[in-house]
Design a protein around this ligand. Structure first.
Ligand SMILES: [Mg+2]
Length: 375
């Protein structure tokens, strides 16, 4: 145990939140079905108490840092470190008029993650041990396959996962140019199957298709043994998702834009997904991610962790109904470049907390990160 004045004494209190914004260029311009980008921005939050620092971050708008500084720091500082759900609730109430979904959701999530990390570090325990483990290993799937890749590059990336790292699950982006390049989508899916061999093959349309278009395409997915069809239509269209789900053989998945627990409940109640996705950097942090997983469990469904793998791993290991965690190319590249403590996905699983590091085990490497700091 570290020095936390815990049992019997006054609990440590959150003394400060410190934010920073970092922008990391993409390898070159990248795209999925409905978005193109040339850089990724992350907002970090450091939370301090009793000489110990917890770390959280989110991928999104730099405005999330302003939300933390303006609305969340006053709601959280001075609170008992142990009581993370109370801090989460206080943050949610503090941003009522700033709108909890969206940028404020990113901000709440980054702080919540930093507070869970802080608590675990004060206790000297891996975060998964503080949450309570439901499993030792978290399955991962390789995710990338951007629509901007040529055939050789897509092949190389898939084989990096399946052959170099023995990850038996891979995902590519389809729905290119809002579903207007369906012929190329089909070619890339077939090419991905040739590259992936016997590995599970998944696709993500990022909401690029119409419902009927998605159903027609699903025959090709089935022919190539694609078993996961993510956001065939917009996640805003729960009826459309449910119609596609009823009509196709691959599992339909969505939920990455869930910012509140109510969002996940509405998605599940609509019968929109076979597997619920949730993103700890958007939904309200570890606190709400675990609740979203429980909602899915109550309906007999699994949950899959969306992006930001090193922020999901410990929470993912704490739920019984986990399917897998997304080993997303861009975020893995960024997390390896800026942080120490990264996990090894060789064999297709990671083991959060196995080395005994307290908290989530990630540390910002200042000198390596500094060139990417926003002015
Ligand atoms: Mg997606």
């Amino acid at each position: 145990m570290t020095a936390a004045s815990g049992a019997g004494g006054d609990p440590p209190h959150v003394e400060s939140l410190r934010t920073a914004v970092w922008t990391v260029p993409a390898e070159r311009p990248e795209a999925d079905g409905t978005l193109t980008w040339d850089a990724t921005t992350l907002v970090t939050v450091h939370a301090e108490a009793a000489g110990v620092t917890g770390l959280g971050w989110t991928y999104g708008s730099p405005a999330a840092a302003t939300v933390v500084d303006t609305h969340l720091a006053p709601a959280v500082t001075g609170r008992a470190v142990w009581d993370v759900p109370a801090a989460n609730e206080a943050m949610t109430r503090a941003v009522r008029n700033a709108a909890r979904p969206g940028i404020a959701g990113h901000a709440v999530s980054a702080v919540d993650i930093a507070l869970w990390d802080l608590k675990a570090r004060l206790l000297g325990l891996p975060l998964v041990s503080v949450l309570g483990a439901a499993r030792d290993e978290v399955p991962v799937y390789g995710s990338g396959g951007f629509t901007t890749y040529g055939e050789a590059e897509q092949d190389r990336q898939i084989r990096t996962w399946t052959e170099e790292s023995d990850i038996p699950r891979v995902k590519i982006k389809i729905g290119e140019s809002w579903g207007t390049a369906e012929g190329r989508d089909r070619q890339r899916i077939s090419a991905a199957r040739r590259s992936a061999g016997a590995a599970e093959l998944y696709v993500d349309a990022n909401g690029g298709y119409t419902a009927k278009q998605a159903v027609r395409l699903a025959a090709h997915l089935d022919a190539e043994d694609v078993t996961w069809f993510e956001e065939p239509v917009s996640s805003d269209d729960l009826t459309g998702l449910a119609r596609v789900r009823d009509a196709v053989r691959p599992d339909v998945a969505a939920g990455e834009y869930g910012y509140t627990l109510a969002y996940f409940e509405q998605m599940l109640a609509a019968g929109a997904v076979d597997c619920l996705q949730a993103d700890v950097t958007r939904c309200g942090g570890v606190t709400v991610w675990l609740r979203a997983a429980a909602l899915a469990e109550a309906r007999g469904l699994q949950v899959s962790a969306h992006c930001a793998p090193h922020l999901h791993a410990h929470a993912a290991a704490a739920v019984p109904n986990l399917r897998h965690m997304e080993w997303f190319h861009d975020h893995v590249r960024i997390e390896r470049a800026l942080f120490s403590g990264c996990l090894d996905p060789t064999g297709g699983t990671v083991r959060p907390g196995a080395d005994g590091s307290p908290g989530h085990g990630m540390e910002l490497r200042g000198p390596d990160a500094e060139p990417y700091r926003d002015a």
